[in-house]
Design a binder for this molecule. Sequence first.
Ligand code: SAH
Ligand code: SF4
Ligand code: F3S
Length: 451
Amino acid sequence: MTEKKKLYIKTYGCQMNVYDSGKMQDVMLPLGYEETPEYTDADMVVLNTCHIREKASEKLYSELGRIRKVKDKLKDKGRHMIIAVAGCVGQAEGEEILSRAPYVDIVVGPQSYHRLPSLVQNIRKEKGDKVDIEFPTVSKFDFLPEESAKVGISAFLTIQEGCDKFCTFCVVPYTRGAEYSRPVSEITREAMMLVERGAKEIQLLGQNVNAYHGVDHEGNAWNLGQLITHLSKVKGLERIRYTTSHPRDMHADLYRAHAEVEALQPYLHLPVQAGSNRTLKAMNRKHTREEYFMIIERLRKLRPDIAFSSDFIVGYPGETDQDFEDTMDLVRQVGFAQCYSFKYSARPGTPASLKEDQLPEDVKDARLQALQALLFQQQKDFNASIVGKTIPVLFDREGRHEGQLIGKSPYMQSVYVSADAVHQGTILNVRVDKATQNSLTGIVADTAKAA
Ligand code: SAH
Ligand code: SF4
Ligand code: F3S
């Protein structure tokens, strides 16, 4: 029998990193590695990193410094802790990590972590490569195990990777590589496996998920709308979501899916980044504010209960007061349920980082504050608009208090109720009686669907 070892994985960044961390656990299982919640006694530590905004590498090196102390302590006891840096900082900085932190054993990128087991074996044999940040010609998905050790009630499923859009501010095309879509059959198999193991909701993931163009068994390319319609037939799959999508890649089949596929939730994260056409053009977003409004309007017509979320960047180089006002105006016109907003951060290697008209920090700070005040107000208003309504809630975890269950509304809000733990994993109708900025509370209105 394989000797049991403890594996600690810390995940930063987007949901795709969360998915990858799960897969890293799966690839390490055959070597006897099992997840542990603390790194103080771990045989292997993986930091699955994100490079999207500033200070990513500084944060990594200070975290590595802390872990090194534990590694030294274990060494005194005759144990070797393997430290691996994975993810997008690993991809971006590669060998440099080993020279700045020589006690790191392994560096892998987001497309090569399936090779972790052989890199670990190299360490044991004290030979071979320590860094693997190639973009392999054969997809990592061909090497990842199909089964997952851990499946949640709401599960992630990566269907598309990478990005060819090259927005001027963004590192993703460099860290994740070119766009790639997994074949339909592979995704269907994984979806069925997830549902068999208890998933009720699947969130389809991709940096550009609605640019999906994977092939079916006859070699025909499918779009995301077709894929969602197909997956909605998987028995026992109650909810489908997808993220993150790009306004340029909305298509007729996807609109149709929003109108017709019951399992597709009435909630869409559709990042717009800015509300000024001048800024959108400078960012190479290749869509205008008017096109964004048209998408929102079309979806609201098809699915009147749909709600939207978005990402915003303030203080892009050269952004004027008027440009920023256009962003505020776009937010007022759309009315979002929940959003993420960031100060522009110059990323090494991106075209926007080379621009001379970078804005001072205080201007960015003030704009972010104003935007967030508006967005938080909208979020509060949106939550308040649910009070008095009865909505279906998928219960996915127990609360801190005895007899408390927590679930997700169709709009991704956390909903707290008093209910028996047997209802975990089921969808119940809840009459919402209270809302705060971040969550809802209510009373279970029927348990008819609990069986
Ligand atoms: N693929 C997605 C976004 C991926 S990155 C899309 O196209 O929208 C997630 C978010 O991080 C982005 O939507 C953007 O708002 C933010 N972001 C990316 N690069 C950034 C940068 N250089 N500075 C600040 N925010 C950034
Ligand atoms: Fe980055 Fe733009 Fe690609 Fe999104 S679409 S991942 S923001 S380059
Ligand atoms: Fe970060 Fe990489 Fe995701 S940079 S946001 S972890 S794709």
